[in-house]
Design a binder for this molecule. Structure first.
Ligand code: FAD
Length: 326
């Protein structure tokens, strides 16, 4: 049976690897990190007031439109791994520009995970052969069959943002390389802020209006369901772009912006996560790319950047490989 190396154990790579494995392929799933999850990241952080607590530092929630993804999510709900969080975000700040809540904005149901979003990817990756801390350096498209760091495979999947895929892609595939180089990816700096107590109006999350610094704010305690006094605030991409070299220096200005918008005061502790490639600047029409040289590309860069899109992209690429190679 064909041997496929899937590089990248975010939700797209894991979804792809599952399809291949279920079709009986010999799958080798690799990631440079110690655990699957990618941008669905929920590291355990140590805080003096809270002790150890996982915080979602990347994706803040997910939504569901696709029927097949709904089946996956229903299974997570049944087993208590995911939960319905909220269908109402707010606008921030208040309508007159003063700190606080603006109008509520009803929308689709947003789902969260009591164990952090990463736990969902770890669940999907269960039983898959996973090599952690295995950073791939070179995918060679020129040989008769693709090679990953010199090792031969029947097909290779790069399940990651385009700039990360381009970094490991050797010569060949010049047309695809040019198309991927054109796609810009935007950065985000995410503030995790712990407060002595909950000192802000009740809300789940807020879209920040017309602000240079902040784009969205989450009440992490309500998202997780334990009511811990923790907020997570994502910067705008333009603001992050010039501050990627020193993310720690962004903590104070991000906390200041949060107070200005919400009136929450200053946090007692905070940290900043840097996402250099948080999302593609523009969506693509294609769901994935599978080249005649049997190198595939999937992830949230294929479609509209979302958890659901990434799952779908990996799943569809997996099926395409099965159709061509089984
Ligand atoms: C701050 C932030 C907020 C977001 N908010 C939301 C949200 O609220 N809702 C939503 O639906 N989506 C959100 N997203 C987007 C969502 O996180 C992504 O769409 C999804 O997680 C992408 O999954 P992926 O598998 O395509 O890529 P990734 O999760 O990025 O996975 C790529 C994997 O490849 C690995 N990798 C890269 N290079 C190598 C290499 N050379 N060798 C080995 N491994 C490598 C990485 O370590 C990573 O694990 C957010 C993202 C960010 C950053």
């Amino acid at each position: 049976m064909a041997k496929v190396c899937v590089v990248g154990a975010g939700i797209s790579g894991v979804a792809c690897a599952r399809v291949l494995r279920e079709a009986g392929f010999d799958v080798d799933l690799r990631d440079r990190s110690r655990a699957p999850g990618g941008r669905m990241s929920s590291p355990r952080m140590t805080w003096s007031s809270l002790g150890d607590r996982r915080i979602d530092t990347g994706a803040g929630y997910f939504t569901v439109r696709d029927d097949e993804f709904r089946t996956v999510v229903d299974d997570w709900l049944t087993r208590g791994l995911a939960r319905e969080w909220t269908d109402t975000f707010h606008l921030l700040p208040a309508a007159d520009g003063s700190p606080g809540l603006g109008d509520p904005k009803p929308g689709p149901m947003r789902y969260a995970a009591p164990g952090g979003l990463r736990s969902l990817v770890i669940d999907l990756a269960e039983d898959l052969p996973f090599s952690d801390a295995t950073g791939v350096e070179l995918v060679d498209a020129n040989a008769s069959t693709p090679r990953v760091d010199g090792e031969q495979f029947d097909a290779v999947v790069l399940a990651m943002p385009d700039p990360q895929a381009l970094k490991v892609l050797g010569d060949g595939l010049e047309e695809e390389r040019a198309a991927m180089t054109e796609q810009a990816w935007e950065p985000i700096l995410a503030l995790q802020a712990v407060f002595p107590s909950r000192s802000w109006p009740a809300f789940d999350a807020g879209f920040v209006q017309d602000d240079d610094v902040l784009e969205i704010v989450f009440d992490e305690g309500r998202r997780r369901g334990d009511d811990a006094p923790v907020l997570v605030a994502d910067s705008t991409s333009a603001w992050a772009a010039s501050r990627l070299d020193d993310p720690d220096a962004a903590a104070d200005p991000l906390a200041e912006a949060l107070d200005r918008i919400l009136g929450c005061g200053r946090p007692s502790e905070s940290k900043v996560s840097r996402w250099t490639y948080s999302r593609p600047a523009t969506p693509r029409d294609e769901d994935f790319l599978f080249t005649p040289r049997r190198i595939g590309f999937c992830g949230d860069g294929w479609g509209t950047s979302k958890v659901e899109t990434a799952w779908r992209s990996g799943t569809l690429l997996g099926r395409r490989i099965v159709r061509e190679m089984a």
